[in-house]
Design a protein around this ligand. Structure first.
Ligand SMILES: *Cc1c(COP(=O)(O)O)cnc(C)c1O
Length: 379
């Protein structure tokens, strides 16, 4: 055995663990990480080059530590799309919403504190909790992947977590969480501790419903986190942000690294925000493709979870990983999130989705890989 992690004096909670690892395989159709399939439009690429060139002239200086211009533009975007007014004092930005979540856990979690999520949900919430020394509690869901509110309220009352994560629309299942459920969880969390409630809206632009941003009114312990990785088609940019009471924005600045957001990142994000309308046009196409995936997968005979995101969870399989492999053998990479019986496919271009549907249609007719017949499915 060669010298490895466990031979180093690493923290106990990191021993024997594996890093986040969605496979990055070189296959023709990649529908596994919920990226936007469309490259940025050429005029935006030009604008990014222009703004980055300007920024490059000042790279001898540290960037705007507080990213004021960018946060102002993000606040305008949120106000325009949600109808709820926020300004620069309500918005904070970092390198991906993963960093936003890390800063929130560094601020409100940490050693001796706990966070809860309702699983299956976004695995990074638990992983970032671990990385920040925050205890992780796995909360319950119903079999249909909706949050079991009564059980969730009991878990919050019992564990009194410092941070409560609610992902809506949820990843990897795709379903949105009703406003009333989030409100009830907020009340439960305040009664128990009080604690911070983080609503992760990474996929909200793809939802049939509205953002929960207006819930920020009068709720200083609520945070809504967002990202440019999905709807803006800019996963490579690494830009996430949050909206919350100004006190929350002040608080995360206690833990952020100075100059965490590079001048190049700020310039690129500002250019992308100038092209919001074009980028949101792609979102409409992707929503239509998402709805087509849901309808066609059901027509083929698969079970599909209702989706408000840019991906679809489908099943059920006796051995989801075996099915994942067979789809991969046909040149299509989907995601096995480890939810027993289910796989997740990202809505791609119409051609990519056709390739995926052809593959699963063909597999559906193969003995041993058929989905569970409807009469055996639970409600
Ligand atoms: C993709 C995703 C994110 C985005 O992370 P970034 O760091 O902004 O790329 C956040 N939350 C959820 C639930 C996601 O699926």
């Amino acid at each position: 055995m060669s010298f490895g992690i466990d031979d180093l004096p690493v923290r106990d909670e990191l021993r024997g663990k594996s890093p986040y690892g969605a496979p990055q395989l070189d296959v023709p159709v990649r529908l596994n990480t919920n990226e936007n399939p469309y490259p940025l439009p050429e005029p935006l690429v030009e604008r990014i080059a222009e703004r980055v060139r300007e920024a490059a002239r000042n790279l001898n200086r540290y960037p705007d530590r507080d990213a004021v211009e960018l946060r102002t533009r993000l606040a305008e975007y949120l106000t325009r799309t949600s109808g709820y007014t926020v300004d620069v004092t309500n918005v904070w930005a970092a390198n991906g919403s993963n960093e936003v979540i890390q800063q929130l856990l560094q601020t409100f979690g940490g050693p001796g504190r706990t966070a809860i999520g309702f699983e299956p949900s976004y695995s990074m919430h638990g992983l970032i909790a671990r990385g920040t020394g925050t205890g992780w509690i796995s909360g319950p869901r119903h079999d249909d992947f909706t949050i079991d509110l009564a059980a969730a309220e009991r878990a919050v009352a019992e564990h009194r977590p410092d941070v409560v994560f609610v992902t809506t629309p949820n990843n990897p299942t795709g379903n949105a969480v009703p406003r009333e459920t989030v409100l009830a969880l907020y009340e439960a969390a305040q009664a128990a501790k009080p604690s911070m409630v983080v609503v992760d809206e990474a996929y909200i632009e793809f939802s049939h419903g509205d953002s929960l941003l207006p819930l920020l009114e009068g709720r200083p312990n609520l945070v809504v986190s967002r990202t440019m990785s999905k709807a803006f088609g800019a996963a490579g940019l690494r830009l996430g942000y949050l909206a919350a009471h100004p006190a929350v924005v002040d608080a995360v600045q206690l833990v952020r690294l100075p100059y965490h957001l590079s001048a190049v990142t700020q310039a690129t994000a500002l250019a992308a925000l100038e092209h919001t309308d074009t980028l949101l046009g792609y979102v409409e196409q992707l929503k239509a493709e998402r709805d087509r995936l849901v309808a066609e997968l059901r027509a083929i005979g698969y079970e599909v979870t209702e989706s408000d995101a840019n991906f679809v969870q489908f099943g059920r399989f006796d051995d989801a990983h075996k099915m994942w492999r067979k789809i991969l053998d046909r040149g299509v990479l989907v995601r096995d999130n480890g939810v027993p019986g289910w796989l997740r496919v990202t809505a791609g271009t119409p051609a990519e989705n056709d390739a995926f549907l052809d593959a699963v249609r063909e597999l559906q007719s193969n003995v041993g890989d058929t989905p569970t017949p409807p009469e055996e499915q639970s409600a």
